[in-house]
Write a protein that binds this ligand. Structure first.
Ligand SMILES: [Zn+2]
Length: 223
């Protein structure tokens, strides 16, 4: 790990994505923290324009700082979507400083926003690992988990309701069958009783019918 003079308010340390720059002393909002430096590349020179690495810092259409040199400790600063520092670009001087935009406490990782182009090219494909994005991801995961629990509970409630409904229907059907049986029994009893009561008490098995004359007279009465 590259060592930094103890006079400086930062050190290189382990971060979520590898190495990062961390405050070792309080850094006041607005303070220049470190210069981002390296050879200046001229886009008009073909061999310089062809240089490609992750540490290129475009000053303007023509000039780019190649920050990949070891001495450029600022290259350890990681990107953050909600950073505590910013890059302060002086195109005419061809200089870039990283400046605190919030009070930074010892132990805090120093971050600045690398800008949309870098984000699209390098961070979006692998997923930004900055605190803000991690927090967002964590929140989304928690929400997804809660939603899964909610759906599971809903399904369980539905199953419970259905089971209750089924049980109720079964009970109703049973009750109905019971009533029907009871009704049938009463009817059967009534027939038997009727035979007894109306005097034609001879069991049917004998094949005897009610006297024809009586039925005939009944019909005659109606006519
Ligand atoms: Zn991010």
């Amino acid at each position: 790990m590259p060592s930094v003079s103890p006079n400086k308010p930062y050190r290189v340390g382990r971060s979520r994505t590898g190495l990062g720059l961390f405050a070792t002393k309080p850094i006041k909002k607005g303070t220049k923290i470190i210069r981002y430096f390296g050879p200046i590349l001229d886009s008009k020179k073909k061999e310089e324009d062809e240089i490609e690495n992750k540490y290129l810092f475009e000053l303007n259409n023509r000039w780019t700082i190649d920050g990949s040199v070891r001495e450029n400790i600022a290259r350890y600063i990681n990107h953050a979507c909600r950073p505590n520092a910013e890059s302060d670009v002086k195109p005419r001087k061809r200089k870039v400083f990283i400046r605190a935009i919030r009070n930074i406490e010892p132990g805090d990782e120093i971050n600045y926003d690398y800008g949309t182009d870098y984000f699209k090219a390098y961070l979006k494909p692998i997923g930004c690992k900055c605190d803000a994005c991690e927090k967002k991801r964590k929140k989304k995961r928690a929400e997804a988990r809660a939603e899964r629990v909610r759906l599971k509970e809903k399904a369980e409630r539905k199953a419970q309701k259905q089971a209750e409904k089924l049980a109720m229907e079964k009970a109703k059907a049973k009750e109905k069958a019971k009533k029907k049986a009871a009704k049938a029994a009463t009817k059967a009893n009534g027939k038997l009783n009727g035979k007894h009561l109306n005097g034609h008490s001879l069991p049917k098995v004998l094949g005897k019918k009610a006297p024809a004359a009586k039925r005939g007279s009944a019909r005659a009465l109606h006519a």
